[in-house]
Design a protein around this ligand. Structure first.
Ligand SMILES: [Ca+2]
Ligand SMILES: [Ca+2]
Length: 293
């Protein structure tokens, strides 16, 4: 119980906007709801203590099933339309036609975000803390297509995240482009980003040589305001792009967060040009669920 007591004391004394905390003393299951405007040292402290509580959960012979471990509860008000204005690009070519019409990719600094939607949407769900297999210190699985990723989530009674769920777990209610630091400044030491990418013509048999992913949890500052790791960078993540097409861009199979290479690696953008049968050397996934498992 000392872990829970400490958790409670710290949470009660921290003046952040982390507000809701659902916690059952009877089953030792605690989870942070995600009502935070930006990441802070206090948030990291809560995260560490929450992990301690999880440890208590695992050693308890009581109720918590294995699937519930390493998931974060996300509960808050999501803004669907956000203005995120880049103040300073890092790319040499900053024309709108750069990068096949995407424009410049890497932004050094953003202006504060603004919610453009008239009304926010209430969302509540659960998301894996790490990329699949959702285990600290293990390398994320890559070279997997959307269908296989979906099947793996369903094999543990979960599902792929929707694009909006994924974005919300990355940004929190603060709507910031980057899940680390103040959310507005790119930091190539916080998450695993801006490493060399592979020549796309490399034969499949040599892809593994170019894998620059790191084990889950190694990037200790790459934690979103919702307590979720490696959302930007490390490996790209399949999501369900609700309303997407089966026969062309935008496909229902979306990719979020970018990977270790020098790409956007922000919470909001999604790659929608790859169909569900596509797989490449940097593509992985994580799972969500609608209810606590
Ligand atoms: Ca880097
Ligand atoms: Ca990732």
């Amino acid at each position: 119980m000392s872990g829970l007591w400490l958790y409670s004391v710290i949470v009660n004394n921290i003046k952040t906007t982390v507000s809701a905390l659902s916690c059952s003393l009877f089953i030792f299951a605690c989870s942070l709801s995600c009502k935070v405007s930006s990441k802070s040292n206090s948030q990291e402290l809560i995260e560490r203590v929450a992990d301690d509580v999880s440890t208590i959960t695992t050693t308890s012979a009581q109720v918590t099933p294995p699937a519930r471990l390493n998931m974060r509860e996300i509960d808050g008000e999501y803004c669907p339309e956000v203005e995120q204005k880049c103040l300073r690009w890092l790319d040499k070519d900053q024309s709108p036609s750069a990068n096949f019409g995407i424009g410049p990719l890497r932004c050094a600094e953003f202006a504060p975000s603004k919610c453009l939607s008239n009304k926010r949407r209430s969302m509540k769900f659960y998301i894996d803390k790490y990329e699949w297999p959702n285990k600290e210190n293990e390398f994320p699985l890559v070279t997997i297509d959307w269908y296989s990723a979906k099947a793996k989530c369903e094999s543990v009674n979960k599902r792929l995240c929707t694009a909006d769920e994924w974005t919300f777990a990355c940004e929190g209610e603060g709507m910031n482009p980057y899940p680390y630091g103040d959310g507005l400044h790119r930091d190539d030491t916080a998450c695993n980003i801006d490493e060399p990418s592979m020549d796309p013509s490399t034969p499949r048999s040599e892809w593994f040589k170019h894998n620059r992913s790191v084990p889950s949890g190694v990037m200790t500052r790459c934690i979103s305001p919702c307590g979720v790791n490696d959302m930007t960078g490390n490996v790209d993540e399949w999501v369900h792009n609700v309303g997407g097409r089966s026969d062309g861009d935008p496909y229902f199979s979306g990719l979020k967060g970018g990977y270790w290479g020098p790409v956007r690696t922000r919470c909001r953008p999604m790659t929608t040009v790859h169909g569900p049968g596509h797989s490449f050397y940097q593509q992985g996934f994580r799972c969500c669920s609608s209810a606590s498992l």
